[in-house]
Design a protein around this ligand. Sequence first.
Ligand code: G3H
Ligand code: ZN
Length: 280
Amino acid sequence: MATLKEVLGIATQSKTAIPGFNIDNIEIPEAIITAAEEYHCPVILTIGQGAIQAGQMHHLADVVRRLADESTVPVVMHLDHGASYEQTIQCLRAGFTSVMFDGSHLPFEENVRITQEVVKAAHAVGVSVEAELGAIYGVEDGISHSRDNLVDVDEVARFIQQVDVDALAIGIGNAHGMYQGLPRLDFDRLQQCQALNPPPLVLHGGSGIPDDMIRRSIALGIRKINVATEIRNAFMCGLESAVGQRNIYAMYRAAAQCVHDVAAAKIRLFQGVEAPIQIA
Ligand code: G3H
Ligand code: ZN
C-alpha cells in the first residue's frame, strides 16, 4: 500500500488532485479501484466515522489490504475525520497508511497539541497524517459543524510552523453532503493559504461541486478531494435499479457499475484527463 504523502507528491508534481473516496462495503472499493486502474490513477480509500461506528473498521481494512496488494495503482488506506488520538492509534495498529485527526472544532492550541501527538506516533511507523483547520460544515457520519468557521489564514501559517503534517484540510465554504444551490467557495482564501507553501491542501465535501469550481480549486493548489455522498448515492441508485430482478448479485453488479462510473468521472476531472488511458 502507499502513503498519503507518496500519492500527494505525485499530485503535486502533476498539479492534479487525488480522489479520496469513502468506502462502506466490499463492492464500493472494488469498483473504485477498477476505475482508478483504467486511468493509472493513485487512489485513497477512506474509512470514515460512519463505517467505524458500524463496527466495520477491521473488516474494511482487510478488504482494502487485499485489494491494494492486487492492484496496479498505488492505494492508500486512510482514516477520515479521526475523532481522537486513541482512534488514530487504533488505525495505525490496523495497518492504515494514512490517518486524519480532525481537530477543527477544538481550540487552536488543542488542535495543534493533539495533532502533534498523532504525527509523532504515525511518522514513527511511516504513516502519513492529515489535519484540518476551519470546519467543513454540513452533517455526515455524525460529524456536523456550523457554517461560520472558514479557515483563518493566520492560523494556517502558525499551524504549519508547529505541526509537520502531510496534508491539510481547510474550510473555505465547502460542506459535507449535497449543496443547497451552488457552493460558495472562498477561492481568495484558498489562494492565500497556498501562498504560505503549506503541505498539500485537501478539499472535503467534494460531492456536488461543479466541475469548473473543482478545476479552479486544483489550479489554486488543492491536491486531494474527498467524495462520499455521490459514491453512496450511486451505490444505492444502482441497487434500486436492479431490485426487480430479485437477484442480489445482479443488484450488487448494478450498484458497482454506478459507483465505477461516478469514480471514473471524478478521476477524469481531478486528473484533467478525458478518456480512459488504453492499457497496452
Ligand atoms: O469526509 C468526507 C468527505 O468530505 C465527503 O464529503 O460527502 O460531500 O462528498 P461529501
Ligand atoms: Zn470530510
